[in-house]
Design a binder for this molecule. Structure first.
Ligand code: NAP
Length: 356
């Protein structure tokens, strides 16, 4: 398929027409908005959607910060079909312009990985509300309210997390965990798991609003995402992996978690947006492992790095469990990439970028 034309209407709605090799028009490509374009997942999503021929709008907090957004302009098709707009999750109506006129919205922006602290104090909790919980919960409300106003939006895909599924007092009894399971906010509070708390309430709110307002919402629940670094500097989970491999944290997390390749996460998002049969929540995860097992695997393959050797004393995050992926697989999604493959891709990219 080749791209033949783009039609710009009022600088808002862009129709991307595609043709086969004989020049026969085949279909119109929907225009999408991806929130938080500087993020690990969002940047890959923007890149993939551009490669597929879509017109893409993405939001960032500071479009002028070329250190953070510059590499997005290097993606194939970016100069012709990418718009970068300013928006902040904490500012009401901030997303209106970016969302007005698009066919679908991928809401991925959300603060990630504010590390847990077993000596949590009240002030830390207050800080968490400002930096982690409010942007996740109020930000989701703001984005969905812009979607509702826009009228053009046919589907919203929200990036939630397995963190909104797996934190429960009865996790071992109910495992394998599936889409019907929800994290218990009381469990999250008990163990200071504030990221999980925010993602759980944020997703609950998203479902409440979508039902009230008739928005067609599909939620992707990825586990811990691993893969090659695309941005100049690692963020979120890749930053955590790098610090563990380099032994910079002083300890590794006492966490048993599912891992998933970024390629599968991106494919799941596109699938959630474009597959008519996709609905509700979709768990996106390969195997579950404890961080000690991951470090053991990496040390055997890449023995020259220092690695963390001490396990954190954090409790509540190491429950054995497994994630059921039969729903998404049953809808036709291919088998998930393996844990060794995703970490090999990640370590190789760190080496290529001179970070290891
Ligand atoms: N990585 C994982 O393993 C994983 C697993 C499951 C679910 N998720 C979910 O996937 C999404 C993206 O994660 P990621 O790993 O790609 O994270 P990331 O690389 O840390 O990116 C987070 C993004 O959120 C944006 N953001 C944070 N606070 C904001 C605010 N107040 N207003 C506007 N934007 C804000 C950041 O923008 P700035 O650049 O301006 O800071 C950044 O673009 C999140 O919803 C996360 O919960 C991630």
């Amino acid at each position: 398929m080749i791209l033949v034309s783009f039609t710009f209407k009022n600088n808002q709605t862009t129709i991307c027409k595609c043709a086969d090799k004989r020049g026969n028009q085949r279909r119109e490509m929907p225009e999408y908005c991806v929130t938080g374009g500087t993020g690990f997942i969002a940047a890959y999503l923007v890149k993939t959607l551009l490669e597929q021929g879509h017109v893409v709008r993405t939001t960032v907090r500071d479009p002028e910060n070329l250190d953070k957004v510059g590499y997005l302009w290097e993606f194939n098709g970016a100069k012709e079909r990418l718009k970068i707009l300013k928006a902040d999750l904490l500012v009401e109506e901030s997303f209106d312009e970016a969302i007005q006129g698009v066919d679908g919205v991928f809401h991925t922006a959300s603060p990630v990985l504010v590390p847990y602290d077993h000596n949590i104090q009240a002030c830390f909790l207050i800080q968490n509300y400002a930096t982690l919980i409010d942007p996740c919960i109020k930000g989701t409300l703001n984005v969905l309210s812009s979607c509702k106003k826009a009228k053009s939006v046919k589907r919203v895909v929200l990036t939630s997390s397995c963190s909104s599924i797996r934190y429960r007092f009865d996790v071992q009894q109910v495992s394998p965990l599936n889409e019907s399971h929800w994290s218990d906010p009381e469990y999250c509070k008990r163990y200071n798991l504030w990221y999980a708390y925010a993602k759980t309430i944020g997703e609950e709110e998203a479902w409440r609003i979508s039902k009230d307002s008739g928005i067609d919402l599909v939620v992707v629940n990825p586990s811990f995402v691993v893969g090659p670094l695309l941005a100049p500097q690692p963020t979120s989970t890749l930053l955590m992996i790098l610090t563990i491999v380099k032994g910079l944290r002083g300890e590794y997390p006492n966490t048993t978690v599912g891992f998933v390749h970024i390629d599968d996460v991106i494919a799941a998002h596109v699938f959630a947006m474009e597959e008519k049969k996709a609905s509700g929540r979709l768990i996106c995860s390969s195997s579950v492992a404890h961080w000690s097992q991951i470090i053991e695997m990496l040390r055997a393959k890449y023995p020259n790095y220092p690695y963390e050797s001490k396990c954190s004393i954090q409790e509540g995050d190491n429950n054995p469990h497994s994630m059921a992926t039969s729903k998404i697989i049953g809808l036709g999604f291919p088998v998930f990439k393996s844990v060794p493959e995703m970490f090999d891709d990640c370590i190789k990219s760190f080496q290529e970028k001179g970070l290891l």
